[in-house]
Design a protein around this ligand. Structure first.
Ligand code: CA
Length: 302
């Protein structure tokens, strides 16, 4: 969650986000009786907006003015002064399991640069779908849109990532998609991509998820990582989607950041500290398996 002029008011943002999550499941008049109990003396829970469908993340355009993503409708809703003011974009998403409209980030120079970035899972039908098979192989994608003041206009695609999962002997699946987008203080776009079913050596599992070295990790092979997957990783991109030249292993042809060795690079520390704090539990577990939790914890405490 980022926005102009809002640094230092993170408590208010957290309060609003907690309230927003509560609003989708609790009837307002019942909230006082059935709502969550707030234990922190400087936080409170109140309804900011209701009527949202599976909100996943949001970004502030200004005070009392923010965009909210809806996972299964593919809609970006603009909320102004506590009410849905407009649907500024409606994507055709595949929302099966953990897919859908998942992540948003404003360009760090917003609104001077009107770029808005979205992480979403594409449907093959041209309409919203919850059917697990209605997704392209590279159905997880990050696109840049342009904020016109009233709508989000498509600009260009930055990257397409694996979504279709058809592992041998298993039903089709649509999980482990990640979806978090954040700009770091270095101006680079950080993208969290789930393992998408490839739970092999990237998770420090020498023989993959099964423990049987003779068994492929997913329908594409494994447990060894490969360049086609780009799963179970944090990708660091320029704002146009190209690979920064100071990425680790750039000279070897890699365009990605796949682990915390990057954290030791001067200038990256604050970014990594923030990412550790926003990182979903699923990824913390991945780090632990990679024996990188000690480094992550050290950076978070600096
Ligand atoms: Ca839609």
């Amino acid at each position: 969650m980022r926005g102009p002029g809002l640094r230092g008011v993170s408590v208010a943002i957290v309060t609003m986000f907690v309230a927003m999550l509560a609003a989708v499941t609790i009837v307002p008049e019942q909230a006082a009786a059935q709502g969550p109990e707030m234990l922190h003396p400087r936080l409170d829970v109140r309804t900011v907006v209701s009527g949202l469908n599976q909100p996943t993340s949001m970004a502030f355009l200004g005070p009392n003015d923010f965009l909210v993503l809806e996972k299964a409708t593919g809609k970006v809703q603009r909320v102004v002064n506590g009410a849905i003011a407009a649907t500024v974009l409606d994507l055709a998403v595949n929302s099966n399991s953990e897919r859908g409209l998942l992540g948003i980030a404003l360009h760090p120079d917003f609104p001077a640069n009107p770029g808005v970035y979205l992480f979403w899972t594409e449907s093959t039908t041209g309409a919203d779908s919850g059917v697990v098979s209605n997704v392209p192989l590279l159905g997880n994608r990050v696109d840049q849109f342009v904020w016109t003041g009233a709508t989000l206009a498509f600009d260009h695609n930055l990257i397409r990532l694996r979504a279709f999962q058809a592992d041998p002997g298993q039903p089709l699946r649509g999980n482990h998609d990640g979806g978090v987008l954040e700009f770091g203080p270095d101006g680079k776009l950080y993208l969290f991509m789930g393992d998408n079913g490839r739970r092999g050596q990237m998770q420090n599992l020498p023989c993959g998820w099964s423990g049987d070295c003779a068994m492929a990790d997913d329908q594409f092979g494994g447990p060894q990582p490969d360049d086609a997957h780009l799963t179970g990783v944090i990708l660091r991109l320029n704002d146009d989607g190209s690979a920064p030249m100071d990425n680790p292993f750039f000279a070897a042809g890699a365009a990605s950041v796949t682990g915390w060795p990057a954290a030791t690079h001067a200038g990256w520390k604050d970014t990594v500290k923030h990412l550790v704090k926003v990182m979903p539990v699923e990824y913390r577990q991945v780090l632990a398996k990679q024996h990188l939790d000690t480094e992550a914890a050290r950076l978070a405490s600096v």
